[in-house]
Design a protein around this ligand. Structure first.
Ligand code: AHR
Length: 507
C-alpha cells in the first residue's frame, strides 16, 4: 500500500532565523566519551596531546557547532582545579556520579584546545551540586580574566596566556533530579543559581547563562520547577534548559516514531511558562530554551539492568556505559527531533545532541581500532550542514498514524530552511508499513535538486545498526522528479525513512 502526501511550501513566508547553536553536542566525563573516546594516547592516530585524529575528523564531518562540557551528572561532583596544571600532579578521584575513577588527564586546557581544533564553541557547566557561587566564580576568573590575579596568572603559568573567552555557562545540571549529586528543591536551586549568576556577571558581564530546567517533561516537579527557578533568576539568565531523551516502549514503535510530537509539546509548555513568569516579574529581556541534552536513549535498560551492576561493581576507568547501538528507527527519530527543534527555532536558542562519542553517541570507537558513524550520525550531519537562513513551516496533508502516547499524528513531518536562493527541506516518514508518494509544491522553480534518504538497507530490518566491522546504514540518493517549470517536485518516501532535499532556485 502507498499513501499520498501533499506539502505546500512558500519560501517567501517569514520565519525564525536558524540558530547556529541548534547543532550543539555534549562531551561528559562519563564512560568512554573522553577517555578511550576522543582521547586515547596509545592509538595509532593519536596526536601529541593524545587525542585521536580519526575521531576529530568524524567530529568535524558531523558539523556540530557547540560542545557542552564536562557534564552532565559528572559536573555536580567535579572540582575543576583537579583538571589543570601538570598532568602528572593531577589527583585521581572517585567519580560518584558514574561509579568510575577519574584520572583528570583531560581538563579545561586540553579540552578547550581540542574543541577549538574541532571548530566547536565551548559551553562550560559549573558545579552547583557539591559546590557553589565562589567556585563557579573562580573557574570563570581562571578561564576568562586576562591577567594580573592569582587565578588568571595560574592559567597563564599552565600554558594559556590569552583567556579562553568562554561565553556560554550552564548553572549546574539537572538539579531537580533526586539522582543528582547535591539535588535541591526548586527554591534552593533557584536562589543558588541567582546568587551564582550575579557573581559571575560581576566578573564577566559578557557571558550568557543557562539556568537548569527540568530533567524531563514527566518529572513530577515539571512546571513548578521552571516557575520557581525563573522567579529567582529571570532577570539574570539568558536561557533555561530542557533535557529530553526518548526510547521505544515494547510493542509501541508508533509512539517512539512520534517523539517529535512529544518534544514539541514539551517545548510549547516551557515557552508558555517563560512568557507567564516574564509577564509576572516584568522582565523584558527574552529567555531562550537551551535543549542542552536530547537524544534517543534506552533508559529503561540502563536503569533496570545495567546501572545496578555498574553501581555495585568496582570503580573502573572509562567503563562502557550506555553505549547504545542505534538502529534505523532511532535515526529516523533523531531526524524527526531535529525537525521539531527547527520548527521551534523561534524559542529554542540552542540544543545539544547528548553525547558525542561512545556514550549514546553518533560516533563510536574501539580502543586501538576503528571509529565509525552510527545510524544517528547521518540525520544530524545532513541537517547541521544544510539548515541555514530562516525556517519555513510548510503545510502538510498526509496520512495519519495512531499512537498510544500522542493520539493520531501525521505520517509525514517536514520543515524547510531558506537561505537566499537555497532551500533545504527535511522530512521524516513515520509509517512502518507503507511508502508515501509526496507532491511538494514550492511556489518558485527549483533549478537544482538533490535528495538523499535514510531508510532500512536492502533486505535489512528496522533494527539494523552500524558496527565497527560493517556499516550498512547510510543515506542513499532519493529520486526526485520535477514538473516542467520546476515548482512541483514528486518523490516517494519509503516506510520508516528520513530525507533531505537541497534545492537551488537561482536562475
Ligand atoms: O547524558 C547522560 C546523562 O543524562 C547526563 O549525565 C545527565 O545530565 C542526564 O541525566
Amino acid at each position: 500500500m502507498t499513501s499520498s502526501t501533499r506539502i505546500v511550501l512558500d519560501p517567501a513566508a517569514p520565519g525564525a532565523a536558524v540558530p547556529p547553536r541548534l547543532f550543539g553536542t555534549f562531551v561528559e566525563h562519563m564512560g568512554r566519551c573522553v577517555y578511550d573516546g576522543i582521547h586515547e594516547p596509545g592509538h595509532p592516530t593519536a596526536d601529541a596531546a593524545g587525542f585521536r585524529r580519526d575521531v576529530l575528523e568524524l567530529v568535524r564531518e558531523l558539523g556540530a557547532t557547540v560542545v557542552r562540557y564536562p557534564g552532565g551528572n559528572f559536573v555536580s561532583g567535579y572540582r575543576w582545579e583537579d583538571g589543570v596544571g601538570p598532568s602528572d600532579e593531577r589527583p585521581v578521584r572517585l567519580d560518584a556520579a558514574w561509579h568510575s575513577t577519574e584520572t583528570n588527564q583531560v581538563g579545561l586546557h586540553e579540552f578547550a584546545d581540542w574543541a577549538e581544533q574541532a571548530g566547536l564553541e565551548l559551553m562550560q557547566a559549573v558545579n552547583l551540586g557539591t559546590r557553589g557561587a565562589a567556585e563557579a566564580a573562580d573557574l570563570l576568573e581562571y578561564t576568562n580574566h586576562p591577567a594580573g590575579t592569582a587565578l588568571s596568572d595560574r592559567r597563564r603559568r599552565n600554558g594559556r596566556d590569552e583567556p579562553f573567552g568562554v561565553r556560554l555557562w550552564c548553572l549546574g545540571n539537572e538539579m531537580d533530579g533526586p539522582w543528582q549529586i547535591g539535588h535541591k528543591t526548586a527554591d534552593e536551586y533557584g536562589r543558588l543559581a541567582a546568587e551564582t549568576a550575579r557573581l559571575m556577571r560581576f566578573i564577566d558581564p559578557d557571558i550568557e547563562l543557562v539556568a537548569a530546567g527540568s530533567s524531563n517533561h514527566e518529572m513530577p516537579t515539571f512546571d513548578a520547577w521552571e516557575r520557581t527557578v525563573l522567579r529567582h533568576t529571570a532577570g539574570l539568565v539568558d536561557h533555561i534548559s530542557v533535557h529530553a531523551y526518548y526510547e521505544e516502549a515494547p510493542g509501541d514503535p508508533e509512539s517512539f516514531l512520534a517523539s517529535g510530537v512529544g518534544l514539541d509539546r514539551y517545548l510549547g509548555d516551557v515557552a508558555r511558562i517563560i512568557d507567564e513568569v516574564r509577564a509576572e516579574e516584568g522582565i523584558e529581556k527574552p529567555i531562550g530554551i537551551s535543549v542542552d541534552e536530547w537524544n534517543v536513549w534506552n533508559q529503561t535498560r540502563w536503569n533496570e539492568v545495567d546501572k545496578p551492576d555498574v553501581f555495585t561493581g568496582d570503580w573502573p576507568i572509562a567503563p562502557r556505559l550506555i553505549e547504545d547501538d542505534y538502529t534505523v528507527t532511532d535515526a529516523v527519530v533523531v531526524g524527526s527531533l531535529l525537525i521539531t527543534l527547527l520548527r521551534r527555532a523561534d524559542r529554542v536558542t540552542m540544543a545539544n545532541l547528548a553525547q558525542l562519542v561512545n556514550v549514546i553517541a553518533p560516533i563510536r570507537t574501539e580502543p586501538g581500532g576503528a571509529a565509525w558513524r552510527q545510524t544517528t550520525f547521518f540525520p544530524f550531519q545532513l541537517t547541521a550542514t544544510a539548515a541555514a537562513g530562516h525556517v519555513v513551516i510548510p503545510e502538510i496533508a498526509a496520512a495519519s498514524v495512531d499512537t498510544d502516547r500522542y493520539g493520531a499524528v501525521d505520517a509525514v513531518d517536514a520543515v524547510a530552511t531558506v537561505d537566499g536562493d537555497d532551500i533545504a527541506v527535511f522530512l521524516a516518514h513515520r509509517s512502518l508499513t507503507e511508502a508515501t508518494e509526496v507532491e511538494l509544491r514550492l511556489g518558485v522553480a527549483a533549478h537544482e535538486v538533490e535528495g538523499v534518504v535514510l531508510t532500512t538497507p536492502d533486505g535489512g530490518d528496522r533494527d539494523t545498526v552500524n558496527a565497527a566491522a560493517s556499516q550498512p546504514v547510510a543515506p542513499v540518493p532519493l529520486r526526485v522528479e520535477t514538473d516542467d517549470d520546476g515548482s512541483v517536485l514528486r518523490f516517494t518516501l519509503p516506510p520508516l525513512s528520513w530525507a533531505r532535499l537541497r534545492l537551488g532556485t537561482a536562475r
